[in-house]
Design a protein around this ligand. Structure first.
Ligand SMILES: [Zn+2]
Length: 198
């Protein structure tokens, strides 16, 4: 939502931004902010016609003294502050991004969390984010199963990859001889994970 930036910059925004996804709260925030900016522009310069939010904001900022002298100055200022605050909150949420790791061309795939597809900004390839998530999950499990280390560390790595193991339980497997360390006293993720399925 560039509108917030425009208002804060006094109309200097480039006007190219639009919300990425339809979000009713963001839409309400935009409508409310546009309305308040138009009111502010009319108050600042009653005879000047402004049509875009950037124009409203530019006129309001250029003649802010007129707004300050108007009877409703305090309310206008408070309403604008509230509207900008709300717009900031919904904008941050709309733009929350997620990284899905590298594309086949090597460039990191970053896309808003709400999207079902990630388009590579370098090569233009479009990926299904559900497939990417599944792939990452499998890759994480593979890496965890290949991990070799001390028992607590192996359990931690497995749980990070999606297992739900309790260290106490795994320690009992060792005490009972179900799970044995290798010659170095270490365990592999795979040996622990295999027991967790039995
Ligand atoms: Zn790419």
């Amino acid at each position: 939502m560039t509108i917030t930036g425009q208002a804060q910059q006094g109309g200097g925004g480039d006007g190219t931004g639009t919300p990425d996804v339809f979000n009713e709260r963001a839409s309400d925030a935009r409508i409310n902010l546009e309305y308040l900016l138009r009111i502010a522009a009319r108050t600042a310069h009653p005879t000047r016609r402004t049509t875009t939010p950037a124009e409203h904001a530019a006129v309001a900022v250029a003649r802010v003294q007129e707004i300050a002298r108007s009877p409703g100055a305090h309310t206008t200022a408070q309403d604008l502050r509230d509207a900008l605050h709300e717009a900031d909150k919904v904008r941050d949420r709309a733009e929350e991004k997620f990284s899905y790791g590298p594309c086949s061309c090597g460039v990191e795939l970053i896309t808003p969390k709400s999207r079902d597809q990630a388009r590579c900004r370098e090569c233009g390839e479009v990926w299904d984010v559900h497939q990417l998530r599944a792939f990452r999950h499998v890759a994480a499990l593979d890496a965890a199963h290949d991990h070799r280390g001390k028992l607590a560390e192996v359990v931690k790595v497995l749980n990070l990859a999606g297992h739900t193991l309790k260290l106490n339980t795994v320690c009992k497997w060792v005490e009972r001889g179900k799970l044995r360390p290798d010659d170095d006293g270490l365990f592999t993720g795979r040996s622990v994970a295999e027991l967790s399925r039995t």
